[in-house]
Design a binder for this molecule. Structure first.
Ligand code: FAD
Ligand code: FES
Length: 680
């Protein structure tokens, strides 16, 4: 074996190559000689080759947001760099500059050859795949070690590796999420579509990155469509394994969240994302190219809890800084009143929200700057900051308590919910808490159609001004906010449209003396602007696994059943649904023609309706008969308190497992006495 062969073979990427592999590669390897201080490539250049240093030394440097040179690494003899050339999914651009420190000679392996070799020879592909897996194992383990969690075995999350040919769709936006994925090799494009099926956002990700996990934990559905851009190897982890590991090892969950947060940018352009290093620490770099030609570069440094973002080619006029202690600070770079960059040290929950400020080019006010200097956060508009003002009316949690948890303990929404109960009853305060965390949860919508069902029940259809209908599941609700007499008022309303429709629809009962519903009935002429947050809620068909559904619905509580039947009928699902719909007076029924058409057209949909003033209330015996006649059914309940109590009591007497009962309460925020009754 000659010296050249020995050097190359000792490289971890080529260690499994045999003589035949080596001779395939050899004709393509060239030698590059550099004089001292000669630049091999600049940061931002196309990343076209992998290098092994034969002799000499290369300095890897970068320029920080203040224009200072930062030394990243020195690569000596037998060292290597540019391993992203093995897969096009890593950065297509150099993320640092390489300069010869002394006269140096390097072996150059062109990116195209490494790629074509891999595609031509399945055995080589397998070796590189194995190397890739090993590389990812090591990287994940490094991340894990950096979090100092020793009991964590990376093996636990490594699921089956599957190969997918170019242009395979792994999942569709809006589909129920069953799996999380880690890219081993290849490039994956995550696309979000608007309601007219136009691509709204594209994100390219590559080896080492976890995706799809946010669907398992937070939303229940995938928020984007995942397509392989080339032949790819992917580790697929099923939902139960992911949940189990994430439960035992919150770190994995955190990692998933950190990766996935990167996809929640509201960028109106393209995002390119790749795993990288920053000052020798594992990082994720995202380059957001906006449609107006601007570019934002973000570095999320995993092990050191740092997030740095800056818009390129704009110079800051000044900086402002908030420091809580040496591990927790934030610096904003401003160009006049626009945020053009920031660096976060410590875990800040709202880094992605600050990024939105850069993307949107929003100017911040003197008041927001004042607030920033005190808390490090840029608050949006609706929170009233009187300390004793209740943020969660249901659980009576004031602003001061939530603010304290955020500022001094860096709590996120789930910590706040766990510690105070805020957000755990009607869910209406969730957007306010998110706002306190720095996220603007609200999007403006314009009402374009009002449908009268009865004098007291109307449907309102509205479109988001940014045209994005967020995917949702049948049974979820929106929080809607309007300004009434100069005060923001918000209420929850179940969505009665389906996720496929190009608008949101809610169906509202005008409550006698009800503040919000009466206002909506009076003012919701076409072109009214309302603000919506969500969709939120667990009252969905998610956990039924296709088993039959029985709905006991009373009065306006029919709205989730409208959503379920429309969804099942439109998606041509075979899941059976039986609805028992009670109203006091015949004129209170809504959408009876539509229900009747659906039951005629779909043998899987059935309905019984009753007018309690004429035929009396539903009885315990009737409830039992219905439940027993539909084998293994799940029971969905939404209606007035009397109906709710009767169904829950009957259910408890029948000794059925609690997972089969799902209850939605249209409670009015601020009525703690309406907390859900205990289900046995
Ligand atoms: C998850 C969820 C989903 C929901 N989905 C729907 C839906 O799909 N459709 C729907 O219509 N509603 C729905 N609601 C209920 C909705 O959020 C509101 O609570 C409802 O519209 C009443 O709001 P309001 O402002 O009109 O009444 P509020 O002003 O909040 O009044 C609440 C109640 O008090 C009574 N009241 C108010 N002032 C007085 C007074 N001075 N004297 C006596 N009584 C008074 C009102 O009549 C009303 O019954 C849902 C609630 C939740 C939690
Ligand atoms: S759960 Fe907070 S207002 Fe209802």
């Amino acid at each position: 074996m000659d010296i050249e062969h020995a050097i190359i073979k000792s490289n971890p990427f080529f260690s499994s190559f045999d003589d035949k592999d080596y001779s395939t590669l050899l004709p393509h390897i060239t030698l590059v000689t550099l004089k001292p201080q000669e630049v091999l490539f600049h940061e931002g250049d196309f990343s076209d080759a992998f290098y092994i240093v034969k002799d000499g030394a290369i300095r890897i440097i970068t320029i920080n947001s203040r224009g200072e040179t930062v030394f990243l690494a020195r690569v000596g003899a037998r060292g290597f760099f540019g391993e992203q050339a093995f897969s096009p999914a890593f950065s297509p651009r150099r993320r640092a500059t390489a300069i010869a420190q002394v006269e140096s000679t390097l072996y150059r392996f062109p990116r195209d050859v490494l790629r074509s070799l891999r595609h031509r020879d399945p055995r080589l592909q397998l070796i590189l795949q194995k190397q890739g897996v090993q590389y990812i194992r090591e990287k994940l383990q490094t991340l894990v070690n950096n979090f100092q969690q020793t009991a964590f075995h990376i093996e636990q999350i490594m699921g089956k590796i599957q190969s997918f040919p170019k242009r395979s769709v792994l999942f569709f936006q809006g589909e129920t999420a069953h799996r999380a994925y880690i890219v081993v090799d290849g490039e994956i494009e995550l696309r979000t579509y608007d309601q007219e099926k136009r691509i709204q956002q594209q994100t390219s990700i590559g080896p080492g990155q976890l995706f799809g996990a946010e669907g398992l934990s937070e939303h229940g559905i995938y928020l984007e469509t995942a397509i392989t851009k080339e032949d790819a190897s992917i580790i697929s982890i099923d939902s139960s394994r992911y949940q189990k590991v994430a439960e035992n090892h919150p770190l994995l969950k955190k990692l998933g969240e950190r990766f996935s947060r990167q996809f929640t940018f509201k960028a109106k352009g393209k995002i390119l994302q790749f795993r990288s290093e920053y000052l020798d620490m594992p990082a994720i770099t995202s380059i957001i190219s906006l449609s107006d030609g601007q570019e934002i570069v973000c570095q999320q440094i995993i092990s050191a809890d740092m997030f740095i973002a800056s818009i390129t080619h704009v110079t800051a006029t000044h900086e402002i800084k908030f420091t809580r202690d040496e591990n927790y600070s934030r610096t904003l770079s401003l160009e006049k009143n626009k945020i053009i960059g920031f660096s976060d040290y410590g875990i800040w929950q709202d880094s992605h929200a600050l990024l939105d400020f850069i993307i949107e080019g929003v100017e911040i006010t003197e008041k927001q700057i004042e607030e920033f200097l005190k808390t490090g956060r840029i608050l949006t508009q609706t929170i009233e900051k009187t300390d004793e003002k209740l943020v969660c009316i249901c659980m009576r949690v004031p602003y001061s308590i939530i603010n304290k948890l955020i500022v001094s303990e860096n709590a996120d929404f789930s910590d706040i919910r766990k510690r105070t109960g805020a957000g755990s009853v009607c869910g209406g305060c969730k957007p306010l808490i998110l706002e306190m965390l720095g996220t603007n949860a609200w999007s403006p919508c314009i009402v374009f159609r009002v449908i009268n069902h009865t004098p007291h029940i109307r449907s309102f259809q509205f479109r988001p001004l940014n045209k994005t209908i967020f995917p949702f599941q049948a049974g979820q609700y929106l929080v809607i906010k309007v300004k009434i007499d100069n005060v923001w008022v918000q209420r929850n309303y179940t969505l009665t449209s389906t996720s496929e429709q190009p608008y949101y629809e809610i169906t509202v009962k005008k409550e006698p003396k009800g503040l919000f519903s009466s206002w909506l009935f009076e003012h919701a002429e076409e072109n009214l602007i309302v603000y919506v947050a969500g969709p939120y809620g667990q009252f969905t068909l998610e956990s039924t696994n296709g088993m039959p559904i029985v709905c006991f619905m009373g009065g306006i509580g029919i709205t989730p059943a409208i959503a379920f039947t429309r969804y099942l009928a439109n998606a041509k699902k075979q899941q059976r649904i039986y609805i028992d719909y009670s109203v006091v007076l015949a004129e209170q029924f809504i959408l009876m023609d539509e229900f009747s058409n659906m039951t005629k057209k779909h043998s899987t949909i059935a309905m019984n309706h009753r007018i309690t003033n004429i035929s009396g209330m539903l009885t315990e015996q009737e409830i039992k008969t219905i439940i027993l006649s539909i084998d293994s059914c799940h029971i969905y309940l939404c209606g007035p308190q009397g109906l709710e109590k009767l169904v829950i009591d009957t259910f408890n007497k029948m000794n059925l497992t609690s997972e089969r009962l799902h209850v939605e309460q249209f409670i009015h925020a601020g009525s703690p006495e309406n907390l859900p009754q205990t289900i046995k």
